[in-house]
Design a protein around this ligand. Structure first.
Ligand SMILES: [Zn+2]
Length: 257
């Protein structure tokens, strides 16, 4: 049985508080790798703990746009320090979010730019979160050439896709692709080259059909991978091999012998 990679999960979410260890044990059999994305500074210790205890878990450390309050130079130093661990494979998740809070756009932009610069300096990929902020994100990304990374849960249109692809970055596809109305996602997936797409869950959110409405978990990437295979007209197994190799390439995941 081919094992899966989920490039984006939040297993430290309180939605897993009752059965986290049990779930992690199950995932250790089905998953080649899961990238746990810190969603706040409070979670940094938890991410380090998970990557140290579970060989299939890798981490992304960064400040999410909804969590910029209290951010200062010490926060950036802490992120820089934790990035030295080779199991921390990305700066993430970072970006702009105008859906929840939009009265702090300047602070969001500063935190985003600081972390983009850190990623460039350390030559690490970034994981970018965009909610109702695409125009500003594109404007900011234009200032950074040679950036590596993933647009997480990409739902943009073909123009946005081509901007991201031209930058040399990857498009991350999650469970929304399996919904009855996946918006632009089918179109951009058809358009994107096979070597620039990634598979993710954003667990515990956005469960794919037939798990929609339930708590999501990293092994549900299988349902999204099946849909991606249909759209790309490949066998599911072939699709998963390609997605796994893309994830290994961007994040430098070591394949177990
Ligand atoms: Zn996320």
């Amino acid at each position: 049985m081919i094992r899966l990679i989920d490039t984006h999960a939040h297993l430290l979410s309180d939605k897993y508080d009752n059965d986290r260890e049990e779930l992690l044990n199950e995932l250790s059999f089905s998953m080649e790798a899961v990238i746990e994305n810190a969603s706040s500074v409070r979670e940094f210790t938890g991410v380090m703990d998970l990557v140290n205890r579970y060989p299939f878990i890798y981490g992304a450390i960064g400040v999410h746009p909804e969590e910029v309050d209290g951010y200062d130079e010490d926060t950036l130093s802490l992120i820089r320090e934790l990035q030295k661990d080779k199991r921390i494979v990305a700066v993430g998740e970072i970006g702009l979010d105008y859906y929840w809070v939009s009265d702090n756009k300047d602070l969001q932009e500063k935190v985003f730019r600081d972390q983009l610069e850190l990623a460039m300096e350390l030559d690490k990929p970034v994981v970018i979160h965009d909610r109702e902020a695409t125009e500003d994100i594109i404007k900011i990304l234009k200032d950074y050439s040679g950036l590596k990374g993933e647009m997480h849960c990409f739902v943009g249109d073909r123009d946005e896709a081509s901007f991201i692809l031209d930058k040399g970055m990857y498009l991350g596809y999650g469970g929304i692709l399996t919904f009855k109305n996946p918006g632009n996602m089918e179109d951009t997936l058809r358009y994107a080259p096979l070597d620039r797409i990634l598979l993710e869950t954003d667990s515990p959110y956005l469960s794919p059909v037939p798990m929609r409405g339930k708590r999501n978990r990293p092994d549900n990437v299988l349902y999204t991978a099946k849909r991606m295979a249909e759209i790309k007209e490949l066998d599911t197994e072939e699709m998963i091999e390609i997605l796994n190799s893309n994830a290994r390439a961007l994040y430098g995941l070591q394949q177990e012998a």
